[in-house]
Design a protein around this ligand. Structure first.
Ligand code: NDP
Ligand code: 8X3
Length: 250
């Protein structure tokens, strides 16, 4: 029987789906959540219900989040690791042209929902001397055109993670912020409103990070000896580097 339980948000695609597979393979109990119920059902059909529990809800719906937590089967109720992965970027326009509704959705998903999941599960994590892995991004520390609110939400995730470490001092709970650069998932498809050609073009020839790379990173962090905490981890593909400052002249 699995001995540890991980809750992975955003398990229907990209990093979350790969991390779900990684932890199932590693023998953990997995709670996999996301909005796309059909993907979760397909996943559930491939695994034993003693090892995988799925719950479909929108993380922006606090009531649904509370219900998903309250409805956890007994064997899944003690959570050892929360992977706060659900998130998105919407749009690439500069701030002056950006869509306010898209900004709001990014804040609601990447910040407000992540904070809620964290707060609601912290008592269980403390009880189990567990761990939190939060998906931030290199956009938290490197500015790029169109990164505006997305980068702002990820800067919040990075700082919130560090602040959590301080508050959780002495509890044994570990907290890590992962800050990946360019990774090929459904991320750009979502960001561009479903433009597969734009997504393919962005990643073409760049050898981007894969979802499995991040899943292995999270697995490594989670399986380190319990006296070690990885505070932050920034990872880019070799093909990507910082591009410096810009100067506008009249
Ligand atoms: P994907 O688009 O492939 O996956 C995003 C996941 O988040 C999906 O499972 C989606 O599920 C879930 N999600 C989004 N909105 C909600 C919501 N409102 N409620 C519940 N689940 C939601 O992207 P990635 O795997 O690339 O992204 C995962 C995380 O990694 C994000 O936080 C992203 O910001 C971050 N990141 C991504 C990078 C990249 O270049 N790809 C780099 C750095 C960080 P569903 O649609 O079914 O709800
Ligand atoms: C995703 C990486 O560089 O597209 O968080 O913002 S980036």
């Amino acid at each position: 029987m699995p001995t540890k339980t991980v809750w992975i948000t955003g398990a229907t695609a990209g990093f979350g789906a790969a991390t779900t597979e990684r932890f199932l393979r590693g023998g953990w109990r997995v709670i996999a959540s996301g909005r796309r119920a059909e993907r979760l059902q397909a996943l559930a059909a491939q695994h034993d219900s003693t090892q995988l529990h799925t719950c479909a809800f929108d993380v922006r719906d606090l009531g649904a989040m509370r219900t998903a937590i309250a409805d956890l089967p007994e064997a899944f109720a003690g959570v050892d690791l929360l992977v706060n992965n659900a998130g998105l970027a919407l749009g690439t326009a500069p701030a002056q042209d950006a869509d306010l509704a898209q900004w709001q959705q990014m804040i609601d998903t990447n910040v407000t929902a992540l904070v809620a999941m964290t707060r609601l599960l912290l008592p269980r994590l403390i009880e189990r001397r567990g761990a939190l892995v939060n998906l931030s991004s290199i956009s938290s520390s490197y500015a790029y055109r169109g990164g505006n609110v997305y980068g702002g939400t990820k800067a919040f995730v990075t700082q919130f993670s560090q602040n959590l470490r301080t508050d959780l001092h002495g509890t044994g709970v570990r907290v890590t912020s992962i800050e990946p650069g360019m990774a090929e998932t459904e991320f750009t498809l979502v960001r561009t409103g479903g433009d597969q050609a734009a997504s393919d073009q962005l990643y073409a020839g760049a050898h981007p990070i894969t979802a499995s790379d991040i899943a292995e990173t999270i697995w490594w962090i989670a399986t380190l000896p319990p006296h070690l905490n990885i505070n932050r981890i920034e990872v880019m593909p070799v093909s990507q580097s910082a591009a410096g400052l810009q100067v506008h002249r009249d």
